[in-house]
Ligand binder design. Structure first.
Ligand code: ZN
Ligand code: ZN
Length: 393
């Protein structure tokens, strides 16, 4: 087995050698933002680039036209970089997925340069629609991540973080059915579906004090009534319910939230219909700490300083959580913006095409590729990752 340090230098050199074409690729994605499941150009550019460099590519995997799987090498261990490339409606690449797409592709090409020496297989898996619907939710259910030793992607942000967290997230759609009546002449003949909805919001507001700090319940009313002089006979709302662990969400939060709606229905005499969005459920992100530690060492060797997000970390949800439930996975953050610029803004979009964005692309690609080298050459590391994963992380 060649020296690990030499292999890491080779992957760094490979990314430096491709520097300009990687930046051009990132800028091309940035200039052509495509929203969830419509990432036809982005998926094709990345898949074409990998194919032209010797990867065998399957397009449209998991019945998703803009998903792909590119592989090079043979047999185990199998290390995958996940490429996101969808944009946001209105804000374009305000989440910087152009950098993720280019960096995961770059990491794949870099590891390809050493995989004959390390043995194993390097994969780049194109995962559409992170921002809506969650492409990885469906790809996970359809077997896209089976047989991997680990899966990684680095997300651009405003600080360098190795160990990330994200909340499990479940959608709930509700409807109340009442009875219409003239709101002034005969209100007593009506059954007010808006009263039921308001009571449910109040119940949820009261419930919040009894929940764990990290729980989040937030909703919008999508139908609040039909006319001001008619007792509303129908109301509807969409909610998202989130928690730091899947079990708490399933075993506690779901029934408590549903009871808020059921109680409101009883109090007002309305009929409740509800529907859980289990098919699009995001699982909590379970970062593999062993792997995250290896990534931290590699990104710090490139001169960056990783920060500990601490207990008051801001958290959303990501479909990477569903991958982390299946295989050891990490979702580190690479700093490309100052702390006061957040993702999903116009300012962040500009940063994603700036010099700082390019540096984030190159550094994250190098650290991901170096981490893959560690995984490919180090059987003991693979065993520790797997033990942590099997032990429930
Ligand atoms: Zn985003
Ligand atoms: Zn994102």
């Amino acid at each position: 087995m060649p020296d690990r340090g030499q292999l890491k230098q080779q992957v760094i050199d490979e990314i430096d050698r491709r520097r300009q074409e990687l930046i051009d690729l990132s800028l091309r994605l940035h200039a052509n933002p495509e929203v969830a499941f419509k990432e036809e150009k982005a998926a094709a550019w990345l898949a074409d680039y990998l194919e032209a460099n010797g990867f065998s590519v399957e397009r449209g995997i998991c019945q998703i036209p803009t998903a792909f799987r590119a592989a090079y090498g043979s047999g185990a261990p199998r290390v995958a970089f996940l490429a996101e490339y969808d944009a946001l409606p209105g804000v374009g690449h305000g989440c910087g997925h152009n950098i993720i797409g280019a960096a995961s592709t770059a990491a794949g090409l870099a590891v390809k340069a050493v995989v004959e020496e390390t043995g194993g297989t390097v994969l780049v898996i194109g995962t559409p629609a992170e921002e809506a619907a969650g492409g990885k939710v469906y790809m996970a259910a359809r077997g896209a991540f089976e047989g991997l030793d680990c899966a990684m992607l680095a997300h651009p942000g405003n600080r360098d973080v190795a160990l990330s967290y994200a909340l499990a997230c479940l959608e709930l759609d509700v409807e109340f059915h009442g009875r219409a009546a003239h709101a002034a002449a005969r209100p007593e003949a009506g059954t007010n579906a808006l009263d039921a909805m308001i009571a449910a919001f109040v119940n949820i507001g009261l419930l919040r004090q009894q929940l764990r700090d990290s729980a989040r319940i937030h909703g919008i009313i999508t139908d609040g009534g039909q006319a001001v002089n008619v007792i509303p006979y129908h109301t509807a709302a969409s909610f998202l319910i989130r928690a730091e662990d899947d079990q708490y969400l399933d075993e506690a939060l779901k029934s408590k939230v549903l009871a808020c709606f059921q109680g409101a229905a009883v109090a007002t005499g309305c009929r409740l219909e509800h529907c859980w969005g289990d098919a699009s459920r995001y699982k909590a992100m379970r970062s593999n700490q062993t792997l995250a530690e290896v990534y931290r060492a590699n990104i710090e060797a490139l001169g960056r300083k990783v920060v500990d997000p601490g207990s008051h970390r801001p958290m959303g949800s990501t479909d990477m959580g569903n991958v982390s439930a299946l295989v050891p996975a990490i979702h580190p953050t690479i700093a490309i913006a100052p702390p006061d610029i957040s993702i999903h803004t116009v300012e962040f979009r500009e940063t994603a095409a700036s010099e700082a964005g390019h540096q984030g692309l190159l550094d994250s690609a190098k650290a991901l590729a170096m981490t893959a080298v560690d995984v490919l050459v180090d059987a003991d590391l693979r065993r520790r990752m797997r033990e942590e994963f099997d032990g429930g992380g």
